[in-house]
Design a binder for this molecule. Structure first.
Ligand SMILES: [Fe+2]
Length: 552
């Protein structure tokens, strides 16, 4: 069974192809269109489809659109209701429903040969749930929790997978929404809604949750496994911040308060779900599951012994979920996700052709991992482009910007490369078997950067670039068997510096999607003070291209 999954309606349009239960390809449209998040999350753009991503998924498997057996569209307009009846102020929401109903026709036009009758609508939160419950390793039986801004008429699903079956045990009806609660605060604090929620989470570390008690009167869990979130007027808590204004301690305090209340409600929801199922495993998806601080509290204080978060937890992941759900419903056995590297990749010959086209001097060292380790040990910044691109918002050693963690100034240096706010941390990557020596208070392994850990006190001064203001780090553990090249680079760096940790942040410059193809990598290298580009087995050195070697 060949199933194409499509996410299009709200934000982060994406496509995914599942063949006989196995994930073959998944990609976000932004990586092709070079427009961050693919489009603005407004009703007027709801018709736009992940056309390039879908075409690439099919091409990756050597399929034509007419070869697809079924297409899953991760929203079901039959379950939608007028925005007013849901208590939402969204005067153009009816456009979304109309575009969703017409999606089969739009898809047939975008992918010539596709039979529109093969398009099936999948409930938005079922798609999120399937993306976690079927994709997690060893997940034949497990609980699943989905939270986001909104789906058709709800913002949450608590459920359970038993074999091929996915049961829904509770779902919270709109307007109550933990995702919208957090999104509203994101906008109030001067950040971009449905995009910058992680900045609120980072800002929270600088504040005190002194307003949590007041917030809890409006945002709390209920006995039936749901919650309430309405009635919050953020202006009562702090003045709005303009996008270009500095943040004040009050802004950080509100962020800390909202973060704490969100975590408390999520813990209540996890406890309720465990009370229903008694399962050992909890899988999670939905945009709220990208909140790695909350995820770690669910691990530490929650009732489940194993917690797994799908790396493309936001709406992009619903393309994967819709595909894998329909695959399971049609009798295929869903294979667990082996890694997030489901996007585009290039052969060595193709990479070399790109370098020749760009007419840059390049070399092929005997061991690219060792050449990079050497550059990092000399405190150079490295653009690391290896293998297939990651699906989801995190760079996991395939499209990464790497640096030495031992120099605190590297946080500023990387945030300058990326044009980011200076309060935002960068993250460490570490070999999985070494991680417990340095970090504590979170799950191991943590291959997708979806949890935060505490850095042991004796390590904080040794790797200051990756330790957040509160002593935490959002680490990625690297499995040497799954990622031998990254592991070799980490070992080479440790041999030279004594540190088994490297700074890893996503390879992109300000406001742009992650680098995806070799041209993006060369453009990024040319426009940012990156010292070395490792493009597959080849390296390009700044000094060779531009004269002086340090770029400063
Ligand atoms: Fe969603």
């Amino acid at each position: 069974m060949r199933v194409l999954g499509i996410n299009a309606l709200f934000h982060d349009p994406s496509a995914c192809l599942v063949v006989d239960g196995t994930l073959v390809a998944a990609a976000e449209e932004e990586r092709f269109s070079r427009r961050k998040h693919g489009k603005r999350p407004v009703p007027f753009s709801a018709w736009e489809l992940p056309e390039q991503a879908a075409r690439w998924c099919l091409a990756q498997a050597g399929l034509r659109a007419s070869d697809v057996d079924v297409v899953g569209y991760a929203y079901d307009p039959a379950l939608a209701e007028p925005a007013e009846s849901l208590g939402l102020h969204d005067p153009w929401d009816h456009l979304r429903q109309m575009y969703a109903r017409e999606a089969p026709g739009f898809l047939a036009e975008a992918l010539p040969g596709l039979d529109p009758a093969k398009v099936q609508f999948v409930r938005h939160h079922v798609a999120h749930a399937a993306s976690a419950a079927y994709a997690a390793p060893n997940s034949a039986t497990g609980s699943v929790l989905v939270l986001d801004g909104r789906g058709e008429a709800t913002s949450h699903l608590a459920g359970r997978r038993v074999g091929a079956e996915l049961q829904t045990l509770a779902s919270q009806r709109l307007p109550h929404s933990l995702g919208l609660f957090y999104e509203d605060l994101t906008a109030h604090l001067g950040f971009l809604r449905s995009s910058d929620e992680y900045k609120v989470m980072a800002l929270a570390s600088y504040g005190s949750p002194r307003m949590a008690a007041e917030l809890r009167r409006r945002v709390y869990s209920t006995e039936d496994g749901g919650f309430r979130t309405t009635g919050v007027d953020w202006t009562e808590f702090c003045p709005p911040r303009g996008a270009d204004e500095a943040w004040s301690p009050a802004h950080a305090d509100v962020a800390a308060s909202a973060q704490l209340v969100l975590e408390d409600v999520l813990l209540d929801l996890a406890r309720w779900l465990h009370g229903q199922t008694g399962d050992e495993l909890l899988t999670m998806a939905g945009g709220t599951a990208l909140n790695c601080v909350a995820n770690s509290r669910i691990v530490r204080e929650g009732p489940f012994s194993r917690v797994w978060v799908q790396p493309a937890a936001g709406d992009a992941g619903t393309a994967l979920g819709a595909a894998v759900y329909l695959s399971a419903m049609h009798g295929d056995d869903p294979a667990p996700m082996g890694g997030a590297d489901l996007g585009r990749g290039w052969s060595e010959a193709e990479l070399e052709a790109w370098l020749k086209t760009a007419a840059v001097p390049y070399e092929r060292p005997d061991d690219v991992a060792d050449a990079v380790a050497s550059a990092l040990a000399q405190n150079q910044i490295v653009a690391w482009f290896q293998g297939r691109a990651e699906f989801g918002p995190r760079a996991l050693g395939h499209r990464s910007l790497l640096a030495h963690p031992g120099h605190s100034g590297n946080l500023e240096r990387l945030n300058d490369v990326k044009g980011r706010e200076q309060f935002r941390p960068v993250a460490p990557m570490v070999l999985a078997d070494r991680a417990p020596e340095i970090f504590t208070g979170g799950p191991f392994p943590s291959p997708y950067m979806l949890f935060v850990h505490d850095t042991k006190p004796e390590w904080r001064n040794r790797i200051p670039a990756v330790v957040h203001v509160d002593g935490t780090a959002r680490l990625q553990t690297v499995d040497a068997a799954a990622e031998p090249l990254v592991a070799a680079m980490l070992r080479g760096f440790e041999r030279r510096t004594g540190l088994p940790v490297v700074v890893n942040t996503s390879l992109n410059t300000a406001g742009r999607p992650m680098v995806d193809d070799p041209r993006d990598a060369l453009e990024c290298f040319g426009s940012a003070p990156v010292d070395l580009l490792a493009l597959g087995p080849f390296v390009v050195r700044r000094g060779s291209v531009f004269g002086r070697g340090d770029g400063r």
